[in-house]
Ligand binder design. Sequence first.
Ligand code: ADP
Ligand code: MG
Length: 255
Amino acid sequence: MALLELKNLHVALEDRSIEIVRGVDLAVDTNQVHAVMGPNGSGKSTLAYALMGHPGYAITDGQILFDGEDVTELAADERAQRGLFLAFQYPHAVPGVTVTSFLRSAINAIRKARAGADDPVPIPEFRDELFAAMERLRIPRELAQRYLNQGFSGGEKKRIEILQMAMLKPRIAVLDETDSGLDIDALRVIADGVQALVGPEMGALVITHYQRILNHIRPDFVHVFVDGRIVEEGGPELAHKLEAEGYKAYEEAVA
Ligand code: ADP
Ligand code: MG
């Protein structure tokens, strides 16, 4: 059994008026990179939010299993404690909370849940790790003392998302269009940062519209996602086919 398993997952808006994700089966394990590729509006972010337990979306059918446990009904923080992580397509600003204190709180919440009691990360250890990760991701040090995402550029927000991933050490990381709005150099730094973490400790689900991030994070599996469903699956070659041909043929097939 894979670490993360989606079984016939259906997701609707919270009021259940519109079903957006319409039956997804997917299994993601550590040591694996899965790419979910689809056109705008196909429901990729909705799938990502539902995975993380966003309260704005309702799972109307199917299941999410994490390490064999049914987490379908768990709150976002409980999923995070188990090792699920989402890098947002549109990260929110948190005025009044610095990057450093946000990261330390998040790490300590996870440590507390795992230890069953307060177990705060020692400050020197935290600081060394933070600065090393910031350097790898080429994030200027002064960003650590600024309020989270407040006035950050698009590229800075995306780097901070990946910094969170590096610091929280999830077992499965879901990246929602982390490539959007990045120039080529930033894309490479971020993608290398992700690729370096994929291994026996972590698997990744890379959600993207474009193939280009997959030049740096090599997918083992590619899933084509159209109109709330996976309509084709293959290996890395499928991403190149999509880049050349687009999603038109799939969209016409489901119309
Ligand atoms: P993608 O990430 O693939 O571009 P989304 O999951 O963001 O797609 O959106 C899929 C569809 O669901 C879109 O038509 C979008 O407008 C709609 N949708 C998503 N969230 C909401 C919401 N909170 N309220 C209304 N419509 C929504
Ligand atoms: Mg999206």
